[in-house]
Ligand binder design. Structure first.
Ligand SMILES: [Zn+2]
Length: 245
């Protein structure tokens, strides 16, 4: 029975992911969320069978059936990852209310992360919604301040050059959801994974003779750290303190 619930939640994730793509695409463009989906190149209205998450993209080989222009790979990637995230929440999180809150948190996190990648900016409305969901899941108000404070200082000292204010807000939200120990763990994980991903890219660009460092969105890494600690229970802080003792 439990396996069925995990599979069902995964499929729900694919569908939600397809909706999140629309949200990401239309956010801050003045367009509403209503109306039929269309091909962005030829404005062909899409049939239901062209809107099946993941499968339509695979069957159509990533091309519009009308004009054969390429469909952005963002669509299947967001759908697939949301499906995996949803299934993993059904697998790891206990309690219906907490499961639903975490499904909301990863959905909002997905919107924020992809938007941050595209625009190097954390969108306000999903961030506020994420703060509310995080408050409900953890209620660690004091931890929000403690986790964000060192990074708020970094932001203040560097006048926003080392770290963006949106990232500081994300850290406060992480503290709000996870508490002090798990909150710091999530932020540390985010930093480590960011380094693992970013350092090879910077090294590669240096070898190619590029002078400017690429501006890297940090939000997605923080959110990934939040997911790893919150959903999978990976807590670097307790792991290290166990090793020390
Ligand atoms: Zn088309």
């Amino acid at each position: 029975m439990h396996t069925l619930i995990i599979i069902f939640t995964g499929i729900l994730g694919l569908i939600v992911g397809s909706f999140l793509n629309v949200v990401i695409l239309r956010m801050n463009t003045g367009k509403g969320l209503g109306g039929r989906s269309m091909c962005l190149s030829c404005n062909k209205t899409l049939h239901w069978y062209e809107l099946i998450p993941l499968f339509s993209f695979i069957i159509q080989k990533g091309k519009c059936t009308g004009c054969h222009s390429k469909i952005s790979r963002q669509y299947p990637i967001v759908e697939f990852i949301t499906g995996i995230l949803f299934a993993s929440i059904a697998l790891n999180v206990s309690g219906t209310v907490h499961i639903i809150l975490w499904l909301i948190i990863v959905s909002l996190g997905m919107v924020i992360a992809v938007y941050d990648v595209h625009h190097r900016m954390i969108p306000v409305k999903p961030l506020i919604a994420l703060a509310v969901a995080s408050l409900l899941v953890g209620f660690h108000i004091f931890a929000a301040i403690i986790v964000a404070l060192p990074f708020l200082a970094l932001w203040f000292i560097s006048l926003g050059k080392w770290i963006g204010f949106g990232d500081v807000e994300l850290m406060a939200i992480i503290g709000l959801a996870l508490g002090i120990s798990a909150g710091f763990s999530a932020v540390i994980l985010g930093f480590w994974i960011a380094c693992l991903v970013i350092l090879p890219i910077v090294f590669y660009l240096k070898r190619k003779g590029r002078k400017h460092n690429p501006e890297i969105p940090f939000g997605p890494f923080l959110l990934f750290g939040m997911y790893l600690t919150g959903v999978w229970g990976i807590n670097i802080v307790t792991m290290v303190s166990k090793m020390v003792h």
